[in-house]
Design a protein around this ligand. Structure first.
Ligand code: BT5
Length: 272
């Protein structure tokens, strides 16, 4: 059954569709939190298990990268954080954010949304030549974890049943939702369950067949092969041609003089 705008997200509803072995097996569903990433961080510090998942119907301080905020109204979207407590080689760690984008894009494609990825963490839809962000990913490392393993929280914000008029003015031309794209509402609980299953498979595949995962990212990503400007922290930017990805997922940028830079953090602007 497709819920109306007011239906609440419940753990039972998500569990009834869940086919994972690890992700979401410990599941915390809240009506409202400041940030699901923050709740997952606190659970990590208290020793929560690998795959512990936090879902909220609304966030009051949803966060993006670099102190930016994530619009998180109630009853309409997906705000999800997954805790990964496992042995992750450094090279793989930096791929977590990229492969999470692959899973989100694949979930959207299955619903008929023509999703594309922008390195490193944006899930986009193009409408009338305009890029619109439909989902964002925020991976944060957990310090002071009781285990010796590297521990990360993977946060996903996915605009699902929000209608265009719900977006504030400053996001109306640059953001979209599944409903705005396909003209119907989707069941958030089922979507969360299928997303968790694909994520579980992707994280396993990342260990077993990194080349396959990289190829899947490149297939879905619009940044590689484009002229781009990259806004770096501070007021700096660099421009060039995105030629590919380094082993750790950094973006390789060829500048006009032929020099290759490897970019590990920044905001990409696709140039024509
Ligand atoms: C991101 O940051 O794209 C990462 C967003 C991650 C959000 C999830 S929700 C669950 C978990 N818990 C959290 O607290 N966070 C994660 P960034 O690349 O910095 O993009 C942020 C920018 O996107 C903002 O500055 C706005 O311009 C725009 N934006 C904010 N909310 C949006 C929304 N709902 N849809 C589309 N664009 C949005």
């Amino acid at each position: 059954m497709i819920p109306d705008d007011r239906s609440a997200l419940t753990a039972a509803g998500i569990r009834s569709s869940l086919k994972t072995h690890v992700l979401g097996r410990a599941l915390h569903v809240h009506q409202e939190v400041e940030s699901t990433n923050q709740v997952a961080m606190a659970l990590a510090q208290a020793g929560a298990a690998d795959g512990t998942t936090v879902v909220a119907d609304a966030q009051t301080q949803g966060r993006g990268r670099l102190g930016r905020s994530w619009l998180s109204p109630p009853h309409s979207n997906i705000y999800l954080s997954v805790l990964l407590v496992r042995t992750l080689p450094r090279v793989i760690l930096s791929w977590i954010s990229l492969v999470t984008g692959v899973s989100v894009a694949r979930a959207l494609l299955a619903l008929g949304v023509n999703a594309r990825l922008k390195w490193p963490n944006d899930v986009l839809v193009y409408r009338e030549g305009q890029e619109r962000k439909i989902a964002g990913i925020l991976v944060e490392t957990v310090g002071d974890h009781p285990s010796d393993k590297p521990v990360v929280v993977v946060g996903i914000g996915l605009n699902t049943n929000l209608v265009e008029s719900d977006f504030p003015e400053h996001l109306r031309r640059t953001a979209t939702s599944i409903r705005a794209e396909i003209g119907r509402m989707v069941d958030r609980e089922q979507l969360i369950a299928s997303l968790l299953l694909d994520l579980e498979e992707m994280y396993t595949e990342l260990h077993a067949d990194q080349a396959g995962v990289v190829a899947e990212f490149i297939r879905l990503c619009d940044t590689v092969g484009k002229r781009v400007r990259i806004d770096l922290v501070g007021d700096h930017h660099v421009t060039g041609f995105a030629t590919g990805l380094a082993e750790d997922g950094a973006l390789r940028l060829q500048q006009a003089d032929g020099h290759i830079l490897e970019i590990r953090a920044g905001d990409v602007v696709h140039l024509r």
